[in-house]
Design a protein around this ligand. Structure first.
Ligand SMILES: O=C([O-])[C@@H](O)[C@@H](O)[C@H](O)[C@@H](O)C(=O)[O-]
Ligand SMILES: [Mg+2]
Length: 426
């Protein structure tokens, strides 16, 4: 009788594969994206022959922590995700130190244990789903929607990486460029909501870009996210100028106190993936009503089940829930889609960097966009399959790229040597 038949599915080995995939020169408040984005593909193997997938960051310190956890979980029952979390905690306590993942290149104090736990938990849920023949969304309470809406994620960008040929998107450095980018992205994917990554140009220019988007897309909810590039007074000014235009304003200024000061004076909800990125930051934020919308992200909120816990907390305290994204691949998109499908109070279109990538590690065809939404996979587990050739190619790319940490600021300095990532800048 196999391990699956007896209900005993134990972890027999873990494979961690860092990969690098091409990324355009997208600008943000701390610099510019390097030619490659880094991710780690996590494969958890079981004695029953099933393998589960997870995807996470690949910055060097994070990878070291993943390796240490991988050694500690052999033999663990795949249903024992609480024990997994405990063991990850033990490993992180032994290794010492916090931070050090270059998560977004932004200020963050996200819990290290949750961040390291996440891809293993996702992989275990993938295995559980395969074992019982149900999609991961069923393990999270069942899909309450068949498709998950995502938003167009616009970036100011250069036409090309220094010394390279222009990419297919071209430059976007003014309102016309941003509107052209939006037309192309909405036209290709059918997105019904639009987010602009700000914090790049002086605020009045970004206000102008948002107004141009409003004129071009009168029915699309709009969001602006300057990643804490503005002071409190500037944030209030921008918030008031965009009254009635934005569905929410994301991280205008740093910190819970600063966000609370802005929230008291602007007409729209404030959202964050910077000042509340871990469970211990929820209470201080709720106490001063710093944010009205949390952008969840299973990669640093501790996986899919802990993201559901976050959704319950948001519900309890009357906060809205949206979803954050960094550069990611298909394993993450599958996990995000299952989670969003099974989270009733996730009422905003989720962020995704998906349109910016041209390479992946999964076999194509399962995750496709129609009218801006992705159909929730119905196959057992996450419903995606690794493309081993692609995985090998992107791993080779990781080795040859020489990149081992995300460093948007350092890369910007190679072009503008005096550049400083000043937060807030305006
Ligand atoms: O990829 C970027 O440049 C974004 O700025 C990313 O790092 C942020 O984490 C993210 O998209 C956000 O919403 O703040
Ligand atoms: Mg953000």
């Amino acid at each position: 009788m196999s391990a699956t038949d007896t209900g005993q599915l134990r972890i027999s080995a873990v494979t961690l594969t860092p990969v690098a995939f091409r990324d355009p020169p997208l600008l943000n408040s701390v610099g510019v994206h390097e030619p490659y984005a880094l991710r780690t593909v996590v494969e958890v193997h079981t004695d029953g022959g099933l393998t589960g997938l997870g995807e996470t960051y690949a910055d060097a310190r994070h990878l070291d922590r993943l390796r240490a956890v991988a050694e500690r979980i052999t033999g663990l029952d795949v249903y024992a995700t609480e024990e997994l979390h405990r063991r990850v905690g033990e490993v992180i306590a032994r290794l010492g130190g916090v931070g050090g993942t270059g998560l977004t290149g932004m200020v963050t104090s996200s819990s290290t244990v949750d961040r390291v736990h996440s891809p293993f938990e996702v992989a275990l849920l993938d295995i559980q789903g395969q074992a019982c023949g149900r999609p991961v969304s069923d393990l999270l309470g069942g899909a309450v929607r068949d498709t998950v809406p995502f938003s167009a994620y616009l970036f100011y960008k250069w036409a090309a990486h220094p010394g390279a040929e222009p990419d297919a998107w071209g430059a976007a450095l003014d309102p016309e460029g941003i509107v052209a980018q939006a037309r192309r992205m909405v036209g290709t994917y059918g997105f019904t909501a639009i987010k602009l990554k700000g914090g790049v140009l002086p605020p009045e220019e970004e206000i102008e870009a948002i107004r141009a988007l409003r004129a071009e897309f009168p029915g699309h909810p709009l969001r602006l996210d300057p990643n804490a590039a503005w002071t409190v007074p500037t944030s209030i000014e921008v918030g008031r100028a965009l009254d009635g235009v934005l569905e929410y304003l994301e991280d205008p200024t740093p910190g819970i106190e600063g966000m609370a000061a802005v929230a008291r004076e602007v007409p729209m909800p404030l959202a964050t993936n910077m000042c509340v990125v871990a469970f211990d930051e929820l209470h201080p934020s709720v106490a001063v009503n710093a944010v009205q919308v949390i952008l969840s992200d299973h990669h640093y909120w501790g996986g899919l089940r802990r993201s559901k816990l976050l959704s319950g907390i948001c519900d309890t305290f009357g906060m809205g829930l949206s979803m954050h994204s960094n550069s990611h691949l298909g394993i993450s998109l599958a996990a995000m889609t299952h989670l969003a499908a099974a989270t009733p109070n996730l009422t905003y279109a989720c962020d995704t960097h998906w349109p910016w990538k041209t390479e992946d590690v999964i076999e194509p065809g399962v995750l496709t966009f129609k009218d801006g939404s992705v159909a929730v996979p119905t196959a057992p587990g996450l419903g995606v399959t690794l493309d081993r050739d692609a995985l090998g190619t992107l791993h080779e790319q990781y080795l040859s790229s020489g990149l081992r940490n995300r460093d948007d600021t350092g890369y910007m300095r190679t072009v503008h040597p005096t550049y400083r990532a000043t937060i807030p800048r305006w």
